[in-house]
Write a protein that binds this ligand. Structure first.
Ligand SMILES: Nc1nc2c(c(=O)[nH]1)N[C@H]1C(S)=C(S)[C@@H](COP(=O)(O)O)O[C@H]1N2
Ligand SMILES: [Mo]
Length: 411
C-alpha cells in the first residue's frame, strides 16, 4: 500500500468504534477537557507530552518520538523572531543520517528548458541571497481541541513559528532553469526516509501552484536566524513557503520538479492536508472526492504573555503575534470579560511580507480573581477568527480564539 492509500485506509477506519476507543484514552480525555476550555497548559502538557529532551530543543513538548514531533508552549513563543531552539518540529519520517552542506545538491527538473543541479555554494553565488522573517504553521496546529478527536499529532498551540530565514528566491531559481509556460504546479522532494525504511517510499512530497512558487517570499533556505539550519528543521537546505500549510515547506530539500498537473507525491492526496469542500457536522464521514487542498492558512493569533495560569496582578501587559496566510492583520483585539467587551491592541506591521505581526496592550481587571484573556484577529479581507472550531475529519485549520487563564492577584 502506498502512503496515500495508507492514509485513506486510516481515514476509512475512523468510524465510531475507533472514536469511542479514543474517547476513553488519555488523548481523548485531554481533548475533551481542553475542548471545555481553560486552564490549558496543565492538561495539555500533562496528558499529551512526555517532556522530551531533544538536542538544542529541550524546552519543546514532545508529542511523538517516531517520527519526532514537538511543539513549543505558547509562552515560549514570546520573541518577535522565534529562536532556533523554540521552533517546532514536524517530521513525517526519519531525519537523514547526513545533513551536512558539504556535497549537498539541489536538482531542478521537469518542465524546464535547462534542468540544473547545484550545490548550496552555487545557489549562494548565483542568486541574490535574502533574509526574511517567515511564518510557518503546521496545517494541524490546534488539532488537540477537535471533538470528536482527529487522528494525528495532538498539537495544541505551538506548531507555529516565525524565524529569520536566509536563502534564495524559488522564483529566481525556477526562472534560471527556464520554467515553461505549461508548468502549473511544483513537486518537492527531500532526503528523509520513510518510517518503514523502504528507500523507494517518501514520507512526504508535496507541491504548490506555480503562482505561489513565483511569490517573492518563497525561499530555498540554508540559514535560520543567521546559523546553519537545525537538523530537525531541514538542514542543510529547505523550502520556506510562508502562510501556507507547513507541509509545503519541504525539508532536507534535494529536488524540485515543475509539473503540468497537480503533483502526485506522498500526502498530496485526500484526506492529507485537505478539508471538505463544504461545512460538515462534527464526526461526519466525508467521501474522499469531496476534499480539497488547503492553500493559504486562515487568520489566527496567539497570546504569548501572560503565560497560561500565571498571576500577574490586576494590571498587566498582554502580547503576542497574529498572522493570516497571504494576507495581513488589520486589527487585533483582546477581552478579559469572556467577550463582553473587546479592547484593540497596538499592532505592528509585519517586518516583511510573510512575517507574523507582533502586538501588545496594557490591560487591567477590576478586582483580584480569576479571569481569561481571549484574543481575536481580523485580516485585511475583514475575516475574523471564529470563536469555535469548524470541525473537519483530519483536524486542520483550527484558528479559533486563543484563551489563557489568569489568576489576577490574591483572593
Ligand atoms: N522532507 C520533509 N519535509 C517536511 C516534512 C517532512 O516530514 N519531511 N514535514 C512538513 C510539515 S508537515 C511541516 S508542518 C513542516 C515543519 O517544519 P519544521 O519541522 O521545521 O517546524 O515541515 C514540512 N516539511
Ligand atoms: Mo505540518
Amino acid at each position: 500500500m502506498n502512503d496515500d492509500a495508507q492514509d485513506r485506509q486510516d481515514h476509512e477506519n475512523e468510524g465510531f468504534g475507533r472514536r469511542a476507543f479514543l474517547g476513553t484514552s488519555a488523548l481523548g480525555l485531554a481533548g475533551g477537557l481542553l475542548g471545555a476550555g481553560i486552564p490549558l497548559q496543565m492538561t495539555a502538557t500533562g496528558a499529551l507530552a512526555q517532556s522530551g529532551v531533544l538536542d538544542g530543543k529541550d524546552r519543546l513538548d514532545l508529542l511523538n518520538d517516531r517520527p519526532v514531533n514537538a511543539e513549543t508552549p505558547a509562552h515560549l513563543l514570546d520573541d518577535e523572531i522565534t529562536p532556533i531552539d523554540r521552533h517546532f518540529i514536524r517530521n513525517n519520517g526519519v531525519v537523514p543520517a547526513e545533513t551536512s552542506a558539504e556535497g549537498w545538491t539541489l536538482s531542478i527538473d521537469g518542465l524546464v528548458d535547462s534542468p540544473m543541479e547545484m550545490t548550496i555554494d552555487e545557489l549562494r553565488n548565483n542568486f541574490e541571497v535574502v533574509t526574511m522573517a517567515l511564518t510557518l504553521e503546521c496545517g494541524g496546529n490546534g488539532r488537540a481541541f477537535f471533538n470528536p478527536p482527529a487522528s494525528g499529532n495532538q498539537w495544541t498551540y505551538g506548531a507555529v513559528a516565525c524565524s529569520e530565514w536566509t536563502g534564495v528566491r524559488l522564483r529566481e531559481v525556477l526562472e534560471a532553469a527556464g520554467v515553461q509556460d505549461g508548468a502549473i504546479y511544483t513537486g518537492h522532494h527531500g532526503a528523509d526516509m520513510h518510517l518503514s525504511g523502504d528507500p523507494e517510499r517518501s514520507p512526504l512530497s508535496r507541491g504548490i501552484p506555480i503562482e505561489k512558487a513565483m511569490t517573492d517570499n518563497v525561499l530555498i533556505a540554508f540559514e535560520m536566524n543567521g546559523e546553519a539550519l537545525h537538523p530537525m528543521n531541514g538542514a542543510p537546505l529547505r523550502l520556506v513557503v510562508p502562510g501556507w500549510p507547513g507541509s509545503c515547506s519541504q525539508k532536507w530539500l534535494t529536488r524540485i520538479e515543475a509539473l503540468d498537473q497537480l503533483h502526485d507525491g506522498t500526502k498530496m492526496g485526500a484526506p492529507s492536508y485537505q478539508v471538505p469542500a463544504y461545512p460538515v457536522a462534527p464526526g461526519t464521514e466525508v467521501p474522499l472526492e469531496d476534499f480539497e487542498i488547503i492553500n493559504a492558512m486562515p487568520v489566527k493569533s496567539l497570546i504569548t504573555y501572560p503565560q497560561d495560569g500565571a498571576d500577574v496582578g490586576t494590571e498587566f501587559e498582554v502580547r503576542g503575534h497574529a498572522w493570516a496566510g497571504d494576507r495581513m492583520i488589520q486589527r487585533m483585539e483582546i477581552s478579559t470579560d469572556y467577550g463582553e467587551s473587546w479592547q484593540e491592541v497596538e499592532l505592528d506591521d509585519p517586518v516583511n511580507d510573510g512575517a507574523w505581526q507582533n502586538w501588545r496592550a496594557s490591560a487591567s481587571v477590576p478586582q483580584a480573581g480569576y479571569y481569561e484573556i481571549w484574543g481575536r484577529a481580523t485580516d485585511s479581507d475583514g475575516v475574523m477568527q471564529p470563536h469555535a472550531i469548524r470541525w473537519n475529519p483530519k483536524g486542520y485549520l483550527n484558528n479559533s480564539f486563543h484563551k489563557v487563564a489568569l489568576q489576577a492577584g490574591d483572593r
